[in-house]
Design a protein around this ligand. Structure first.
Ligand SMILES: Cc1cc2nc3c(=O)[nH]c(=O)nc-3n(C[C@H](O)[C@H](O)[C@H](O)COP(=O)(O)OP(=O)(O)OC[C@H]3O[C@@H](n4cnc5c(N)ncnc54)[C@H](O)[C@@H]3O)c2cc1C
Length: 485
C-alpha cells in the first residue's frame, strides 16, 4: 500500500492526481494538498480579463469531485519539507497549514511514500515596487480573481474613452526577469480588439512593454518558423501583427517600480525611463515559494531540495550561453537527493534561461525567464505519475517514462479577439521548446515543419474548443483520459 501526496491542484497537480487515481487500485492513497478550494483553467483568464467570460466558467470546486473519485483533498498549503521524517515522525512528511480564510490555520504533518511538488510559481509581485494587482492602475490576469479586477479596470477606461477622453494602455512584463510573455501577448491582442469593438480604438494608445530583446522572443530565444509558404523569424511575424494593429512596443525593459499610472524601467542601454498609462496589465516575476527543508535531526537541508524552485535531474552546472545544451534540461523531474520526490510543471528549477542572457549597461540582468506552459506542465505531470504507478505496480523503482522540454513541443494559441464569427487567433507552434542545435543546426534549433505560425478565425475556435475540452477532462467526465495533455 502506497501513499502519494501531491502538493498543488493546478494543471500539473490535477493531471498527476487524476492519472494516479485512475490507474492505481483504491488500496493506494492519493492525497492532494492545495490552498485554493477550486481548480482553475488558467489560460482562459485572458477572456475573463476582457469581460467576455465569467470567471465561474473557468473554475469549479475540487472537494466534491475528489470525494466522488476517491482522492483525498486537504485545503492547506505546504510550509516545509521533511524528506527523512524527524525525531518523532519516522516517515517522510510535509508540514502543512490549513487555509481558513486569511487566518492561520492548524498545522499537520502529512506523511508520504511518494511526493509530487506541483506548486507552480509564487507570483512574485513584491519583486517590483508598487506592482500590486488592482493598485496603481496596474492589474494582472494570472488568476481568475486578478482577471476579474483587470476587467473592472479596463471597463472603466473603455467608459472614459466612450465619454470622449483619451487613454494610454500598457501591457507586458512587470519585471526584468518575468516570463509568460505569451499570456501578455494574448491579452494585448484581445484588449486591442475590444477597443475596436467598442469603437474607441482611435482614442487609445496601446503599448507593449517587455523584457524581451526582440518581439516574439517569448522567453524561448525567438524562433525561425513557417508562416504560410514563407520562412520567417518570430520577431518579424509579431512586428507584422503589432504594426497591423497600431500597437507600439518598448523592448529590453526591466520594470522595477510602479506608481499610480507610471511604470519606471531600465532598458538594455542602461537608461532609466518611465511610461505613463491609464490601465496596465503587467506579468510579475515568478519565483519559488521559499520552502524550507530539514533532515531527521532538524538541520536545514533546503539546498538539497531547492534552488529557488525544486532541484530535479537537470544539469545545473554554471556555463556560458554558447555551451548550453538541450541535454541540460530534465527528463524525469526527480529530485537527485530524495528519489521519491518529483517536481513537474513550473515547480522545477530550470537549468538556465532559454533566451540568451542580456545585461543592461549598468549590469542589470534583463532576460525573460524560461516559460513552462500548460502543455509541458501536463505532460511532465503525467510522466511523473506514470513512473510512480510503474514503481508501485512493479515493486521496484522505475523511471521508464521520460520527457524533456528539448523533445517536447508547445502550442501557444493566442486568441486575438472573442466571437465565433468575429474572433481571431494567432497560433504559434514550436518544436522543440528548448532549441536543439545538434539535431536542427540549419534551422536555429527547431524543426521547421513543426514550428509555424498562423493567423485567423480558426485559432479562436481552437482556443475555445481547448477551453471546453480541458474543463471536461479536468472534471473527469466519461473517457476524460482520452483527451491528451
Ligand atoms: C493568464 C495566463 C494565460 C496562460 N495561457 C496559456 C496558454 O494559452 N497555453 C498554455 O499552454 N499555457 C498558458 N499559460 C501557462 C499555464 O497556465 C501554466 O503553464 C500552468 O498553469 C502551470 O501549471 P502548474 O500546475 O505547474 O502551476 P499552477 O497552475 O500555477 O498550479 C500551482 C498550484 O499549486 C498550488 N499551491 C501554491 N502554493 C502552494 C503550497 N504552498 N502548497 C500547496 N499547494 C500550493 C496553487 O494553489 C495551484 O493550485 C498561461 C498562464 C497565464 C498566467
Amino acid at each position: 500500500m502506497s501513499k502519494i501526496v501531491i502538493l498543488g491542484a493546478g494543471i500539473s497537480g490535477h493531471v498527476a492526481a487524476t492519472h494516479l487515481r485512475r490507474k492505481l487500485s483504491k488500496q493506494h492513497e492519493v492525497v492532494v494538498v492545495s490552498p485554493n478550494s477550486n481548480y482553475q483553467w488558467v489560460p482562459s483568464n485572458i477572456w475573463v480579463g476582457i469581460g467576455k467570460m465569467k470567471s465561474e466558467k473557468i473554475y469549479f470546486p475540487l472537494a466534491p469531485l475528489y470525494k466522488k473519485k476517491g482522492i483525498q483533498f486537504k485545503q492547506a498549503k505546504a510550509i516545509s519539507f521533511h524528506p527523512e521524517g524527524d525525531k518523532t515522525e519516522q516517515t517522510p512528511y510535509v508540514l502543512s497549514e490549513y487555509v481558513v480564510g486569511n487566518q492561520k490555520g492548524q498545522q499537520e504533518k502529512i506523511t508520504y511514500d511518494y511526493l509530487i511538488n506541483a506548486t507552480g510559481p509564487k507570483l512574485n509581485f513584491g519583486a517590483t515596487e508598487g506592482l500590486i494587482p488592482g493598485k496603481n492602475k496596474a492589474y494582472s490576469v494570472c488568476t481568475y480573481s486578478h482577471a476579474n479586477h483587470a476587467w473592472g479596470g479596463l471597463n472603466k477606461v473603455i467608459q472614459q474613452l466612450k465619454a470622449g477622453k483619451k487613454a494610454k494602455i500598457l501591457i507586458g512584463t512587470g519585471h526584468a526577469k518575468s516570463t509568460c510573455q505569451g499570456a501578455a501577448f494574448e491579452y494585448i491582442l484581445n484588449v486591442e480588439q475590444e477597443l475596436r469593438k467598442h469603437k474607441v480604438r482611435d482614442k487609445a494608445e496601446v503599448t507593449w512593454i517587455s523584457n524581451e530583446y526582440q518581439l516574439g522572443d517569448f522567453g524561448m530565444d525567438g524562433m525561425l518558423m513557417r508562416y504560410g509558404s514563407l520562412t520567417m523569424k518570430s520577431h518579424e511575424m509579431i512586428e507584422m501583427i503589432f504594426e497591423d494593429r497600431g500597437i507600439k512596443w518598448i523592448l529590453g525593459a526591466g520594470v522595477h517600480k510602479v506608481e499610480d499610472g507610471v511604470a519606471h524601467y531600465e532598458n538594455l542601454e542602461g537608461e532609466h525611463k518611465s511610461e505613463t498609462y491609464d490601465f496596465a496589465m503587467l506579468i510579475p516575476s515568478f519565483s519559488g515559494h521559499g520552502f524550507k527543508a530539514y533532515d531527521k535531526n532538524e538541520n536545514d537541508i533546503t539546498e538539497k531540495l531547492f534552488k529557488g524552485f525544486m532541484i530535479v535531474d537537470a544539469d545545473y552546472t554554471a556555463k556560458p550561453y554558447e555551451e548550453w545544451s538541450v541535454r541540460d534540461w530534465p527528463e524525469t523531474y526527480q529530485n537527485p537527493n530524495y528519489k521519491n520526490i518529483f517536481a513537474p510543471g513550473i515547480a522545477f528549477a530550470p537549468p538556465h534561461s532559454i533566451s540568451k542572457p542580456r545585461k543592461s549597461k549598468n549590469g542589470t540582468d534583463i532576460t525573460p525567464a524560461p516559460p513552462r506552459t500548460g502543455m509541458p506542465s501536463g505532460i511532465t505531470a503525467k510522466l511523473v505519475a506514470d513512473n510512480i504507478i510503474d514503481s508501485i505496480k512493479g515493486g521496484k523503482k522505475s523511471l521508464h517514462h521520460k520527457g524533456s522540454m528539448g523533445n517536447m513541443g508547445a502550442a501557444c494559441i493566442a486568441s486575438a479577439g472573442f466571437g465565433l464569427t468575429k474572433g481571431s487567433g494567432v497560433s504559434i507552434t514550436t518544436f522543440p521548446i528548448v532549441p536543439d542545435y545538434e539535431k536542427y543546426p540549419e534551422t536555429q534549433g527547431r524543426q521547421l515543419g513543426k514550428t509555424f505560425g498562423e493567423i485567423g478565425l480558426a485559432g479562436h475556435w481552437l482556443k475555445l474548443a481547448l477551453h471546453y475540452a480541458f474543463i471536461y477532462k479536468a472534471k473527469m467526465k466519461p473517457f476524460w483520459w482520452l483527451i491528451p495533455e
